[in-house]
Every structure is written in structure tokens, then in C-alpha cells.
Design a protein around this ligand. Structure first.
Ligand SMILES: C[S@@+](CC[C@H](N)C(=O)[O-])C[C@H]1O[C@@H](n2cnc3c(N)ncnc32)[C@H](O)[C@@H]1O
Length: 297
């Protein structure tokens, strides 16, 4: 029998902690959730992040570690010679799952805005608060693209605006738009898990009266030239594909906030937008991520 820690028999878990450069956090976390362990927690360490997950001893931890190592190597997350030393394991008898899970959702502070979970009782005097129940839908406020959109919404929203939030996820952007004065917001998402989560979050933030959500995409829009503001945090391909539909949904004089675009896609997207319509373009950036604000000239 090997002396690798995964071979401990009986109940309990193997804790795996892998330390990687923080730019790979999302990609590696996704891989771990899909292929290695059901849940994880992360700890920020300057420019690195430690991802910790737990595998029951009777669920083949050795194979899971091998899978993880192979992934880190193929995706060039770490140089091969560093992989072994960056993965630490420890045997654990019992885990306080709820505590571990909740620890991974520290409040996110963006200027005057704080995004926190319903169970976080920390007070933030003088700040605007969005409460998000973290479920399967994207949008806890941690990602750069969400943060860029929130900042752009703060700049661009005007009282009474009608807003379309395409790819609403947790509903976070719609909720902020409503808090800042938008009068009517429609959130759409192709992910069926997103809509109930977005509606629940809207209720928790007392903006249900302004927010509606539907499963689907732009085919759900029957009103042309209706929205003052179209917000969409997708990826480059999604934005390009749906851009004509966004234009059709937008009122004359309307604006768009588009994110999920990487720095190296900037020239391509800017040319594409200029070719399609005459907007004043402002580009915001956070790390490698961009957010476009388009204002009708
Ligand atoms: C990056 S998340 C953004 C979530 C949230 N709006 C935010 O900013 O944090 C993108 C969301 O768009 C949804 N999505 C992707 N393609 C879509 C499409 N073609 N139509 C509608 N929703 C889409 C995904 O399911 C996901 O929830």
C-alpha cells in the first residue's frame, strides 16, 4: 500500500490545498468543482491564491489529485517542477461544512457599495448594501467584470430608466440599477438556475416591484426601441452575436454597458462597434478585463 495520504481508510476527508497565481483562480476553481470536489474555499495571499477542497477518503482522492496535477500541467497554471510542492494534503476527521462554505463569501467592497450574503451581520455604516444569496448563478460581486459593470451602472443610471440586463445571473446588476433609480428592469438568462436566484435576491433587496426575470435570451424581447440602458456581462462572442438585438431593443438616445471582454479583444470589439453604430465609447479596465460604456452620440 502506498504511503500517500489519500490511502487512509474509513470515514473522514483528505484536505487538498493548492496554491496558484491568482489570475488562474476562476479556471482552476471551476475545474475542481467539476472534476475533483463538490465545494471549495479560497484564501487570498497577495498575488497567489490558495484553493482548499475536501475529498472523502472513500472517493478516490489519489486519482483526483493526479487529475488535478495533470490539469495544472496541461493548462500551464504552474511549471511542472513546482506542482508537487504547491499541493499540500492533510487528513481531516470531521468538517464544519457550513462554516467553511460561509467563510468563502467575505463581503465585497467597491467604493460606497458592499455586497454581502444574508448571513453576514457585519455593519457598513454609510454604505449601500446589496445582499446576494450565493447559489449556482454567477454574480457574487467578486469577479472583475461584475465590479466593472457595477461601477459603470453607478455612472450611467438615471432615475426612471428602463433597463435590460441580459445574462442577469444572480440579478446583482439589476438590483443595483433598481437601487439607483431605474424604474423597470428585465433580467434574462439562459441558465434556468439563474432566474429563481435573481428573483429571490431582488426580493431580499426590496426591489421586486421593479424587477422581472425570464429564462431565455434576446428572443424574449418583444418590444423594440424600449430600453434606455442595455447591460450585458457576457463574453466577447456573446456580445458580438447579440449586438444587433441590443441595438434593436435600445431606445433612440440609449446607452449600453457591455463587459466580459478581455484586454486583447479591445481593438477587435472597438472596430466592430464603430462599424455597427455611432456611439461615444468609454472603456473601463480592471486587471485584464474591460467594460464598454456606449452612449448614443
Ligand atoms: C458572466 S455571467 C454575468 C452575471 C451577472 N450579470 C454579473 O455581472 O455578475 C453571464 C451570465 O450570462 C448568461 N448567459 C450566457 N449567454 C447568454 C445568452 N446568450 N443569453 C442570455 N444569458 C446568457 C450565463 O448563464 C450567466 O448567468
Amino acid at each position: 500500500m502506498s504511503d500517500r495520504p489519500g490511502h487512509k481508510s474509513g470515514r473522514g476527508y483528505l484536505e487538498i490545498a493548492v496554491t496558484i497565481p491568482c489570475q488562474h483562480e476562476e479556471m482552476v476553481s471551476d475545474f475542481i468543482i467539476e472534476e475533483v470536489a463538490f465545494g471549495l474555499v479560497t484564501e487570498d495571499l497577495d498575488d497567489q491564491v490558495r484553493i482548499i477542497c475536501y475529498i472523502p477518503h472513500d472517493n478516490g482522492p489519489d486519482e483526483k489529485i493526479d487529475k488535478l496535477k495533470k490539469y495544472l500541467s496541461i493548462m500551464e497554471v504552474l511549471p511542472d517542477e513546482l506542482i508537487d510542492e504547491r499541493i499540500k494534503t492533510k487528513n481531516i476527521e470531521e468538517i464544519d461544512w457550513i462554516n467553511e462554505y460561509q467563510k468563502s463569501f467575505e463581503p465585497v467592497v467597491i467604493g460606497d457599495l458592499v455586497i454581502k450574503t444574508p448571513w453576514d451581520k457585519t455593519e457598513f455604516p454609510g454604505k449601500k448594501i446589496i445582499i446576494i444569496e450565493p447559489k449556482m448563478a454567477f454574480g457574487t460581486g467578486k469577479h472583475e467584470t461584475t465590479q466593472l459593470c457595477l461601477r459603470a451602472i453607478e455612472k450611467e443610471i438615471e432615475p426612471g430608466m428602463k433597463v435590460l440586463d441580459l445574462g442577469t445571473g444572480s440579478g446583482i446588476l439589476s438590483i443595483y440599477a433598481a437601487m439607483l433609480g431605474a424604474s423597470e428592469i428585465l433580467g434574462l438568462d439562459i441558465d434556468p438556475d439563474a432566474v429563481p436566484n435573481a428573483l429571490e435576491n431582488a426580493e431580499m433587496n426590496n426591489v421586486s416591484d421593479k424587477f422581472g426575470a425570464r429564462t431565455g435570451s434576446m428572443e424574449q424581447i418583444d418590444k423594440k426601441n424600449y430600453y434606455d440602458l442595455v447591460i450585458s456581462n457576457l463574453i466577447y462572442d456573446g456580445i458580438v452575436k447579440l449586438f444587433d438585438d441590443f441595438l434593436a431593443a435600445l431606445k433612440p438616445g440609449g446607452k449600453m454597458i457591455l463587459s466580459g471582454i478581455l484586454d486583447d479583444q479591445k481593438n477587435q470589439l472597438t472596430e466592430f462597434i464603430k462599424f455597427k453604430a455611432s456611439f461615444e465609447i468609454e472603456i473601463m479596465q480592471q486587471n485584464e478585463w474591460l467594460c464598454y460604456i456606449l452612449r448614443t452620440r
